[in-house]
Design a protein around this ligand. Structure first.
Ligand SMILES: [Zn+2]
Ligand SMILES: [Zn+2]
Length: 146
């Protein structure tokens, strides 16, 4: 494959023509859904990466994780409170993002970890059970459920 870089500002100096040197890497646009990628030679790749417009990671599973579940989900924090007045369990998982923020909530119901699977986050590490108050539980469920 040949370098497809045609950036006129590229320091390699091929102007607005395609560089055409032997390509060694395929990079992907970060600002759009780029499935095919663009081939770059070493030098052009350096410049393309530095510009911040390209990445060398192909986000294959981008589509699945875009909205649901949150793509930065890192941990499932198991929380529980006493059963509600009808005897229904109130247990679930707070989905914690990479920056430590709460990005979602999955109510366990009667499904056990099947609820996590249903929400698409069953591969997250899970913590032990943390007791919360019924009020906290309701708030978590109301504000973070997806
Ligand atoms: Zn090049
Ligand atoms: Zn170039």
């Amino acid at each position: 494959m040949r370098c497809q870089c045609s950036d006129p500002g590229c320091p390699v100096g091929h102007g607005s023509r395609e560089c055409g040197k032997r390509a060694s890497a395929t990079l992907y646009r970060v600002d759009m859904d780029d499935e095919t990628g663009t081939d770059f030679c070493d030098e052009c790749a350096d410049d393309a990466m530095e510009s911040g417009v390209f990445t060398d990671e192909d986000d294959e599973d981008d589509e699945e994780v875009e909205d649901n579940p949150p793509s930065d989900a890192m941990l499932a924090l198991y929380v529980a409170t006493n059963n509600d007045t009808n005897g229904n369990p109130r247990r679930g998982w707070i989905i914690v993002g990479r920056d430590g923020s709460f990005v979602g909530f999955v109510d366990e119901g009667y499904r056990g970890t099947g609820a996590l699977k249903h929400a698409g986050v069953d591969d997250l590490p899970k913590t032990g059970r943390l007791e919360v108050t019924p009020g906290e539980y309701r708030a978590l469920k109301r504000e973070l459920s997806y």
